[in-house]
Write a protein that binds this ligand. Structure first.
Ligand code: HSE
Length: 314
């Protein structure tokens, strides 16, 4: 058992367009949060510092352990393990807040992975999921694992709330990349969730079920053409697209550049596309150009679909 450990948890694409609240993809390329956990004499979980992307003390993320996703997740694990004594956390953000890149999930996941390593009897990785979810739920105002599960486990994960804590890591087709563009805008996920319609038509329900089933089948079969015909969101995307001023232009640019599909990442503002690997860099450039043409600064990542999940760095 170590006294100080560091864990890294990657950013992720929630919903992956076609699977609201139940499909998520881990991102590679270095976007992720780090949590350094150390044994402490203060009982329970405390937070020593939270730093932002610039490495400075974060201007408003709370160090009150009752108000931070990382500590809430870690405390849930600590209590379940019946651990004595305490642990203090340093949370170093690498995922922009309110970006649709699973920022709060990455903090919660990194925290449980780090704190788990301080326990006398650490849990298997999958056993950490409910604890990371406790932290994520605090931030997003709903129980959904589509950021937490891929950030923890890596790759593409099917994680319907009705099956939790069971989740299924799906096979991914060879030769496909995910491209994510983060425009310098912010969308609050909890707010975006509250704004969604509660009733849907039978037609919408059947259509979306069809796309989701087809997409999962496409992944299982490695059928890239079928991915291109099923990566659609006829229910949530139309309700949220208006909150991201560059969405339509970026999507159009992605589809013109040969994307298999393109949608919001989580509740946005980030936008992702899946495409053949060889088109990844051009795709990122086309999507970025569409943002910049509207005067919106942005950053992009190109990731394989089997990116590694959270891990210890020490
Ligand atoms: N599935 C959640 C939502 C994830 O879209 O509200 C947010 O990242």
């Amino acid at each position: 058992m170590s006294d100080t450990v560091t864990a890294f948890a990657p950013a992720s694409i929630g919903n992956l367009g076609v699977g609201f609240d139940m499909l998520g993809l881990a991102l590679s390329g270095g976007a992720g949060d780090r949590v350094i956990a150390a044994r402490s004499d203060t009982p329970g979980i405390s937070i020593e510092e939270v730093r932002g992307l610039d490495g400075e003390i974060h201007p408003y993320l709370s160090t009150d352990p009752r108000e931070n996703t990382a500590s809430i997740a870690a405390q849930s694990l600590w209590d379940a393990a019946g651990a004595t004594g305490g642990a203090s956390l340093k949370v170093h953000k690498g995922v922009p807040l309110q970006s649709g890149m699973g920022s709060s999930a990455a903090s919660a996941v990194a925290a449980v992975v780090a704190v788990n390593a301080l326990l006398d009897e650490p849990l298997e990785t999958a056993g950490l999921l409910p604890h990371a979810l406790a932290g994520e739920q605090y931030a997003s105002g709903g129980l959904h694992a589509d950021n937490v599960a891929p950030s923890l486990l890596g790759g593409l994960v099917l994680c319907p709330t009705v099956l939790l804590p069971e989740v299924v890591r799906l096979p991914v087709p060879a030769g496909v990349s995910a491209v994510l563009v983060h425009p310098e805008l912010q969308v609050n996920t909890a707010h975006a969730r509250r704004g969604l319609a509660r009733g849907y038509s039978m037609e919408q329900w059947l259509q979306q079920q069809g796309y989701l089933a087809g997409f999962v089948a496409a992944c299982m079969a490695g059928d890239i053409d079928l991915i291109g015909r099923t990566l659609r969101d006829v229910v949530i995307e139309p309700q949220r697209a208006g909150a991201v001023s560059c969405f339509e232009n970026v999507k159009e640019a992605a589809m013109r550049a040969g994307a298999l599909g393109c949608s919001l990442s989580g509740s946005g503002p980030s936008i992702f596309a899946l495409c053949e690997e060889r088109k990844g860099l051009n795709m990122a450039s086309a999507m970025e150009q569409a943002c910049l043409a509207l005067g919106i600064e942005c950053q992009s990542w190109v990731s394989p679909l089997d990116a590694e999940g959270a891990r210890l760095e020490t």
